[in-house]
Ligand binder design. Structure first.
Ligand code: PLP
Length: 283
């Protein structure tokens, strides 16, 4: 029972959604990806709060209370044969006919969850870092909504694959925004810099945690706009996401970042992040 659809837990292969679902026809829905370590959902409350915010932003009534969501996720987690999981959660506006862009008068949201084994970065990626390329950010102006309509993100990530690298860093109007599926941090002269949350980026749960850890451990940090020039001359660049955790970007558009290896501030944050995970798993 790896999946859940509209009240029913079942093997993924037994579940299907009607072709008239507005998720299929319009990309009309939102999602979350929640990591689970040792069967404990990590930072579940912020994920559920962000889900509620995404739903409100696209005017879908939240189909479940936080307690109900927690129960569904806990049941799904319990059914898996593996301890570390990634829970994909998606809500669409539901099935409606005839096809019409405007909201249907009546539709029941389609709720889908899927549990997969969590794929955190390979040890080699943590030790050696990863390569990335940059691209112009051509997405819409509400990237703060975790929408399932991800065409521009898909094309950006494929740009990375085509270039033989791990991630695409998006730039808009000369400023660093985020990655195709990650947030981006920069270190300059010992100062950790993070782009300010806005409608143009998704504020990651991991982004918030990294800033929290920086504060907790007295690491100098600043949330402010980062120019392309500052990005390209950074001492360190990191990406963060729920599945990638914190990874050092050591090559950007073929040019080494700093000395081309994960830097000292990255290594410190990586340790803090892993220690925090261990702390949470114990409680
Ligand atoms: N930005 C984008 C566009 C993303 O798709 C993601 C995650 O998939 C993130 C940032 C990182 O968010 P989180 O740390 O909540 O996983």
């Amino acid at each position: 029972l790896t999946a859940y659809l509209n009240g029913r837990f079942a093997p993924l292969g037994d579940l299907s959604v009607p072709v008239l679902d507005r998720g299929f026809l319009f990309g009309d829905g939102v999602y979350e990806m929640i990591p689970v370590y040792s069967r404990k959902p990590f930072r579940l409350d912020p994920h559920l709060e962000r889900l509620a915010a995404s739903l409100a932003a696209i005017r879908i009534a939240n189909p479940h209370t936080q307690a109900e969501w927690r129960r569904i996720i806990e049941t799904l987690v319990r059914h898996q044969p593996f301890d570390d999981q990634s829970i994909y959660l998606q809500v669409t506006r539901g099935v409606a006919y005839p096809r019409n862009h405007a909201f249907p008068a009546e539709a029941t949201p389609t709720v889908f969850l899927l549990a997969d084994p969590l794929r955190t970065p390979l040890p080699a990626q943590v030790v050696s870092g990863i390569a990335a390329v940059t691209q112009a950010d051509v997405r819409w102006l509400r990237c703060d909504i975790k929408a399932i309509s991800l065409l521009a993100n898909v094309l950006a990530r494929q740009g990375a694959v085509d270039a033989g690298v791990a991630e695409t860093v998006l730039l808009r109007d000369g400023l660093l925004i985020e990655g195709s599926a990650s947030n981006i941090f920069v270190v300059r002269d010992g100062m950790l810099l993070a782009p300010p949350p806005s409608h143009l980026m998704l504020t990651g749960i991991t982004y918030d945690l990294v800033l929290e850890l920086a504060a907790r451990h007295g690491m100098p940090h600043q949330v402010r706009e980062i120019t392309e020039a500052e990005l390209r001359s950074a001492d360190e660049i990191w990406l963060t996401s729920s599945s990638k955790e914190v990874l050092a970007i050591v090559t950007l558009d073929g040019t080494p970042v700093g000395n081309g290896a994960p830097g000292p501030i990255y290594k410190a944050m990586y340790q803090h992040y892993q220690a925090f995970k261990t702390e949470v798993m114990r409680t």
